[in-house]
Design a protein around this ligand. Structure first.
Ligand code: FMN
Length: 398
């Protein structure tokens, strides 16, 4: 059931737009409120009048109509929903979403939203199979966009194959699944991710090779299970996932402050590669060669140990604290010792020796060390590892 759920429905300009009218009806039958947005091309296929009559709501069409004070601005419109649905998702809309374009109301809303997005692609089979569409699809899935369909069948253009928009009831099922109260509903989970940058002077810093891919995937998987996720991220190579509260930091000290501010939490996952040391004598202005041939001597001081600090909290310690151990030698032994030293519940250990290609790569092979012993998983994609970790966390918090 969708009682009380708010759906922002973006209708793209394809033949299947007529089915979105039935979709509105089906969503409303189940108790959802549907706010429709038509692209310029969609208006060639369905009228604003029939769309608004079925939705029982104003239809939004033009970005610049929303500048009136009395109107809901595009940022508010993109956030005042529980889920954004794009049906039909044209090849054009998928391309804009994947490329980050925002040159009309629909694409601007899709860029501005902090909510999950479900797309129902619909297009000619050649358009669907085109490498550009498949590339865009892979990008969108990587961004956490949910998809339903397309189905295989006869198309309005006379061709046969994949490209038909899913039937409205199948889209309603996907909407219900996307809004399902997952096992982590009501739980607050803190996730740290990415590297930290420790300044040497205003233009130089010391960093590490963490891409943030694993932490980002974990945050996305936890959100997909219904968790309320605070995502504290250093300067990562990958964008933060949708549907989480993002706090961006640069240094380990800033990360500690952001973590402290985000607590209390039911669980905390420390996937960030935090610098152990920072430059004690960092310069306030750009350091210059003085012609003597002498290099500056950097002095280091230890950074706060965020994982140990939270693991050893006396009051309000998260029920579950998960640390990561990126090791190059004696992975299991070092990670087991790290778990004891820090006082966390689980350590996710991985071998980041250059030959594994794990740091900065798309795969990971991890061993989870806990009171129950060591559990090694086969080499999986970082998304698969994230889904398994999120499911294990849901089990531990149940
Ligand atoms: C009769 C007709 C049918 C079309 N059907 C589709 C379609 O099913 N899927 C699609 O991706 N594009 C289709 N197009 C092309 C889109 O309308 C066109 O790419 C448009 O720019 C999409 O705009 P939008 O993404 O802003 O809605 C069709 C065009 C015409 C003229």
């Amino acid at each position: 059931m969708l009682a009380g759920k708010r759906i922002l429905l973006i209708v793209g300009g394809g033949i299947a737009a007529f089915k979105s009218l039935d979709l509105i009806r089906r969503l409303r039958e189940r108790g959802a409120t549907v706010t429709p947005v038509l692209t310029r091309a969609a208006e060639e296929f369905v009228t604003p009048l029939s769309t608004s009559a079925l939705a029982g709501q104003k239809v939004y069409r033009d970005l610049f109509d929303l500048t009136d004070e009395a109107e809901m601005g595009h940022i508010e419109l993109s956030r005042a929903a529980d889920l954004v649905v794009v049906a039909p998702a044209t090849a054009d809309l998928m391309g804009k979403m994947a490329g980050g374009l925002a040159n009309d109301l629909a694409s601007t809303l899709l860029m501005a939203t902090d909510k999950r997005v479900l797309i129902a692609p619909a297009m000619n089979v050649r358009m669907w199979e085109h490498p550009a569409t498949q590339r865009n699809l892979a990008t969108l899935k990587g961004d956490g966009v949910l998809t339903v369909g397309p189905d295989v069948g006869d198309m309005a253009c006379g061709e046969h194959g994949p490209g038909r928009m899913s039937e409205p009831l199948a889209i309603v099922d996907a909407v219900e699944a996307a809004l399902l109260d997952g096992p982590l509903k009501g739980k607050h989970v803190l996730v740290t991710s990415g590297p930290t940058h420790e300044p040497i002077d205003p233009v130089r810093y010391i960093a590490n090779r963490s891409s943030g891919a694993q932490g980002t995937a974990i945050a996305r998987s936890l959100a997909a299970l219904g968790a309320n996720v605070t995502f504290v991220t250093g300067p990562a190579d990958v964008p933060p996932p949708l549907g989480v509260k993002v706090v961006k930091v640069q240094t380990a000290s800033e990360m500690k402050e952001a973590v402290d501010a985000a607590l209390p939490a039911d669980a905390a996952v420390f996937a960030a590669a935090v610098a152990d040391w920072r430059v004690a004598n960092a310069s306030g202005s750009k350091m210059k060669k003085d012609g003597s041939g002498n290099a500056p001597a950097l002095e280091f001081t230890e950074n706060p140990d965020i994982l140990a600090g939270v693991s050893q909290m006396k009051k309000d310690r998260p029920k579950l604290v998960v640390g990561f151990a990126a090791e190059t030698d004696d992975v299991q032994a070092n990670a087991t010792a790290k778990r004891k030293r820090k006082g966390c519940d689980w350590i996710v250990a991985n071998d980041v020796s250059p030959e594994t290609g794990i740091m900065g790569g798309s795969e990971n092979a991890v061993t989870i060390i806990s009171d129950e012993g060591a559990e090694s998983w086969p080499r999986l994609t970082k998304d698969q590892v994230a889904a398994k970790i999120a499911a294990k966390i849901a089990g531990a918090l149940a």
